[in-house]
Each structure stands twice: as structure tokens, then as C-alpha cells.
Write a protein that binds this ligand. Structure first.
Ligand code: JD8
Length: 240
């Protein structure tokens, strides 16, 4: 039994192969802490050209993804449950269905934690000029953006959500290490890290880190984290 099931809808299912089989994400899936199912949106097309897009009403450049195909796909995925009866078809609540879009709620650690608390997520990856507005209205429970820059589509954004959520799923390797020290949980950027060798191109390691004085090390790290945050991300300190 998995802690979180994530269904991804995309016209590029192969895009997720690398990320989902590599390193900690691959291990989380093979160990059953996470169940990710990537679906090809074209499976829900009905015409012989398997078209997922059409010209925008009102004119303009580019193509818009069709609401009918997206709605059929989402209903099928919502209803595909391990349990004999489907919650959705039985009138139950649909799982959090996240449409990735530049106009969405900015992804941050608080949203990742919120999504990690769900037993199922459905991630909708659009392409072209985006998805028909009626999918935003009728199907999506959430609209999420991963930042103020423009991507070709939602796949990179979905992968970011999958990683951020997976790190918070109980039983995923590496997710229990010093949660209190972590940036965006502590609200600070991370302090600088060093490892062997002791000298690199004439650059040494701050002496305090080799002093063995653990209280001094902790003070130094807190001071560096605070100074870095003040310099680079004062917005993170705004409340304090
Ligand atoms: C989904 C299509 C491209 C978006 C016209 C061509 C998220 N933070 C983010 N930046 N960009 C996206 C994103 C971009 C997407 C799609 C997500 C689907 N495009 C479109 C609208 C304007 N371009 C994103 N999450």
C-alpha cells in the first residue's frame, strides 16, 4: 500500500521516464512509497488523427488543447481506483487535480506539504498555448505555477511537484534528515557546505568547521544562513 498515488496526464509520457527511474525518486517508486502512473492524453481522443488541440475561438496564433479530451481523460483517471467502487462515480470527492499553468498559485514548501498530505494527486500537463478554459473551471481543483518564467508546457512543472512532494512522503529514503535545519522549513537559505579535500585551488575551509567546537560551528552556520538570506532573499525574512 503506497502513501501517495500520482497520476500524470501528458502528450509526452516518455518525458517522465528518466526522472521517475533515477535516484531517490526511482527508489521511492520501486520500494512502493510512491505510485506514479503516467498516461498518454491521446488515449482519450476519438478521431482518427488522435487530435488533442484545435484553433482558438476568436482567432490568434497557435493551438489550444481541447476540453472534451481532457475531461474524458480526467474522469477515467479519477475513476480508476484500486477499490472496487469508484469514489468519484459514487459522488465522492475527486482527488486534488492540479493544472500546471503560469497563472497558478506559486509552488512553495507549504503547498508541497499540503499536496503530500493527499492520498492521490492528478497532474495535468498542457502544451501549445494552453488548455481550454472550461478544463480550468470544470476539472482542476488547483492551478499551480513553478515560477515566473515561461516553459513550453507543464511537464517540467509536474516533475518539480513530484520531487517536492515525494521528499515529504513518509518512508522515502532521505526525507527524515534534519528537517528542522532545512531551508524553507527553517525559513532561511542553507549555510555553505564543505567537504574533502581541505584545499582546492588555494581555497581552504573556514577554520571553525575543523575546530571540533560544535557550539561555535552551529553559531557560524546560523550566522552565514542569516546573512545569505538577508543578502539574497530578504523576502523570506519579511515577517521576522
Ligand atoms: C503549462 C503551455 C506554454 C503558456 C503561452 C506558450 C507552469 N511556471 C510555468 N511557466 N510556464 C508554465 C507552463 C507553460 C505552458 C503550459 C505550464 C502549457 N505552456 C504557454 C501560456 C502562454 N505559452 C509554468 N506551471
Amino acid at each position: 500500500m503506497s502513501a501517495v498515488r500520482i497520476d500524470v496526464l501528458t502528450i509526452f509520457p516518455g518525458w517522465f521516464e528518466g526522472p521517475l527511474t533515477t535516484s531517490l525518486l526511482g527508489r521511492a517508486i520501486s520500494e512502493g512509497a510512491l505510485d506514479v502512473r503516467v498516461h498518454d492524453l491521446r488515449a482519450w481522443t476519438t478521431d482518427r488523427h488522435r487530435s488533442v488541440d484545435a484553433a482558438p475561438y476568436g482567432g490568434g496564433a497557435g493551438m489550444v488543447m481541447r476540453a472534451d479530451v481532457w475531461i474524458a481523460a480526467c474522469e477515467a483517471v479519477w475513476n480508476d481506483e484500486e477499490a472496487a467502487a469508484s469514489r468519484y462515480a459514487a459522488g465522492g470527492s475527486r482527488p486534488r487535480t492540479v493544472l500546471l499553468t503560469p497563472r497558478g498559485r506559486p509552488l512553495d514548501q507549504a503547498l508541497a506539504a499540503e499536496l503530500a498530505g493527499e492520498d492521490r494527486l492528478v497532474l495535468l500537463c498542457g502544451r501549445y498555448e494552453g488548455i481550454d478554459e472550461r478544463v480550468h473551471e470544470l476539472v482542476a481543483t488547483d492551478e499551480v505555477s513553478v515560477g515566473d518564467y515561461v516553459l513550453f508546457g507543464g511537464e517540467v512543472a509536474a516533475a518539480a511537484i513530484i520531487e517536492a512532494v515525494t521528499r515529504l512522503v513518509p518512508g522515502v529514503v532521505g526525507n527524515q534528515e534534519s528537517p528542522a535545519e532545512e531551508s524553507f522549513t527553517s525559513g532561511l537559505l542553507e549555510y555553505p557546505q564543505y567537504t574533502r579535500p581541505a584545499e582546492v585551488r588555494g581555497h581552504g575551509v573556514p577554520e571553525v568547521l575543523t575546530s571540533g567546537d560544535h557550539a561555535a560551528i552551529e553559531r557560524w552556520r546560523r550566522e552565514r544562513a542569516t546573512a545569505l538570506t538577508r543578502e539574497r532573499r530578504p523576502d523570506l525574512l519579511a515577517d521576522d
